[in-house]
Design a protein around this ligand. Structure first.
Ligand code: COA
Length: 444
């Protein structure tokens, strides 16, 4: 078997938009710069009244299957990664399959279906499951459909409200993929943490500041583990580094830490030494506090160097283009970052085939995973087929009062009856509830 990886991608944002600088910040009496500069966010995407994790996932998968001329018999498994599930037993993938069976001839009765949970990292874990299933020779020549879908809504007034978002990423995992081949080597950083939880509740309990620290600690651990199997890395080894992006400001912190790590002991550190000194080494300090102080000082100096800024602009910035306008999609966020980088490569006329990506996924609770990917010849055609720009431009721009109504409409604890803001057309919609209180869907 030559290679396994992502053969096709479809992205489906929620059809509503909340402008963070113009609409949200003034209503909360906050500076717009907290969003545009601090968090690095301009807007969030929200689900309209007829949308939810099933419709967004099914609509992404529908377009993917139509575009790739697939029928249900071509798909051997459907895995949905989400942290917004509404049922503790029946997986979202069965609802998605039910939707797709409304429009395609045939059925998914012989496809394995499941739901993956580990906060935001479960999208990547589902890619792994599909990769392993194909590599183990169990796929019978069929592809896997992985769908990362979330409504990342926080309780009104929670600090996380600033980073909300909603959308789905559908990915086809197959042999001889068109977009990226995934590496066999991977590294993990995992520990029992309580930074973000939803103990049988719709909106998360979050220790936001702590979650930022846990993200960085686990990511560093994962990078060390990855280097343990793949060998030392150098800042120039990877053309793009898509990270899990709860908000771009988080990636700014992770990127600086990652750069310091991969530059250590290389010609990059040698070149910087005359200007900012060599990186502090733990063994050169008597106590932890002095060492940490020296590291902070070094990181500040490093962040201002041309070397770091150029590297960030080239390797990281392109991964953030989409996140800045859609917010956090939890399980889908790192997969948006990959697509965002490839969209930028296309816009700039850069031939990315053969280039390597280092993909840094993270889920609270907490676990980070790092693996490499190699861009394949078919990437350009696949990215050209994405209609993400059109979907983003077509979103309905909510006023603050409308945002409040929409948040209530998606809140399971609030009874509301409001009309949608967009007209469904050629898509699956949430249609009400069946006899066992199950959610029902139809194609409009
Ligand atoms: N101009 C420029 N920057 C500004 C600013 C202004 N007027 N006001 C604030 N900022 C900056 C802050 O300095 C901060 O940046 P820094 O962390 O680099 O210093 C950033 O904007 C956010 O401001 P802060 O006051 O920390 O925001 P907050 O108290 O609302 O909390 C989160 C931010 C991320 C903790 C919060 O949104 C959250 O809990 N999110 C959900 C959890 C999450 O996403 N965790 C990430 C790991 S998974």
């Amino acid at each position: 078997m030559e290679s396994v990886g992502i053969d096709a991608i479809e992205i489906r944002p929620g059809k509503l938009r909340l402008d963070l600088a113009e609409t949200f910040a003034p209503a909360l009496d906050e500076a717009p710069e907290k969003y545009t500069e601090g968090l690095g966010l301009y807007a969030s995407s929200f689900p309209d009244i007829h949308e939810d994790i099933v419709t967004m996932g099914a609509n992404a998968a529908h377009r993917l299957m139509e575009r790739k001329d697939l029928e249900p018999a071509d798909i051997g498994r459907i895995d949905v990664a989400t942290e917004s599930a509404f049922d503790n037993s029946k997986p979202v993938s069965t609802y998605v399959a039910g939707c797709l069976e409304q429009v395609f001839a045939g059925d998914f009765h012989h496809a394995n279906k499941g739901e993956r949970k580990f906060a935001c990292i479960s999208g990547t874990q589902s890619l792994d499951d599909a990769y392993n299933w194909i590599k183990a020779g169990r796929s019978r020549g069929r592809a896997a459909l992985v769908i990362a879908t979330d409504t990342a809504l926080y309780a009104r007034g929670d600090a996380g409200e600033a980073t909300q978002g909603a959308g789905a990423v559908a990915m086809l995992i197959d042999e001889e993929p068109a977009v990226v081949e995934m590496s066999q080597a991977q590294g993990y950083g995992s520990a029992d943490e309580t930074d973000f939880l939803k103990p049988n509740q719709q909106f998360p309990s979050v220790d936001g500041k702590r979650s930022v620290q846990v993200y960085l600690a686990r990511m560093r651990e994962a990078l060390e583990d990855y280097e343990g199997v793949a060998g030392d890395t150098h800042p120039d080894d990877f053309r793009y580094i898509p990270f899990h992006t709860p908000f771009p400001g988080m990636v700014r912190k992770a990127a600086l830490l990652g750069y310091r790590h991969v530059a250590r002991g290389t010609d990059v550190e040698d070149g910087l030494a005359a200007r900012i000194g060599r990186q502090p080494r733990r063994d050169d300090f008597d106590d932890e506090a002095a060492y940490e102080g020296a590291v902070r000082e070094h990181m500040d100096a490093l962040s201002g160097t041309d070397e770091y800024r150029d590297w960030f602009g080239r390797t990281i910035e392109p991964t953030l283009d989409v996140a800045r306008h859609v917010g956090n999609w939890y399980t889908g966020s790192v997969h948006i970052a990959r697509a965002s980088a490839l969209r930028r490569a296309r816009e700039e006329g850069f031939d990315a085939a053969g280039e390597r990506l280092l993909v840094g996924s993270y889920g609270s609770g907490a676990q980070a995973e790092i693996h490499a990917e190699t861009v394949q010849e078919g990437w350009n055609e696949e990215i050209e087929a994405l209609n993400l720009g059109d979907q983003l431009a077509a979103r309905y721009d909510m006023s603050f009062a409308e945002y409040e109504q929409v948040h209530d409409a998606h809140n399971h604890a609030v009874e509301t009856e409001i009309e949608g803001f967009t007209e469904p057309d050629g898509e699956f919609v949430f249609d009400g509830r069946g006899p066992m209180d199950e959610r029902t869907y139809r194609f409009v």
